[in-house]
Design a protein. Sequence first.
Length: 193
Amino acid sequence: MANAISSAIMNLSAAEKSTRVAGALEIYRQGRGPADRAVSRWWEDAELSELLLKPKPIVSVGVAVRRETFTRIREANGQPALAIVPQEQDAEEFELHFGDGVELDVLTSREPAGQGAIARFLAKFGEGVQQVEFRCLNVDRAMAILRERFGLAPVYPEARAGANDSKVNFVLVPVPVGVAENAKVLIELYELP
């Protein structure tokens, strides 16, 4: 699996669009599969489903890469706009959209040796899927439901500022069957301004 994700990340910076699309599809598949299994019970809750835009949720896969990889991917994809990320988060990011709902959020650390979440992820795991992001109508309410009805604790006590003035919070969710024992996926819920 590590080789497949490494190759897919490398393909995002290929000259040929078809190679970039194939890389994006593989990354999206590898991020979405475990996330879909992890959140499958969420769709049974009517209020939470509505907050997460079911029947057509908007889902992006966040892939963390080293600075050099970030630069190559951005150049190969026409220099997409950088998101405005709060300074304390020590991150840079941009979005890639490939059609058919395949959306990636490419992330790197401003300070590769720093203590930000992306720097720590890269130091521990290397390049790969770091999070899966679900658009949400009300992050605070969704996190309250996850805490009360599903026994999941948000990463932050309250939602915080995210990229481009969004409001975000995260939850680490166990992945049932089909993935390594004790596997978890980091889910970001984000609310647009």
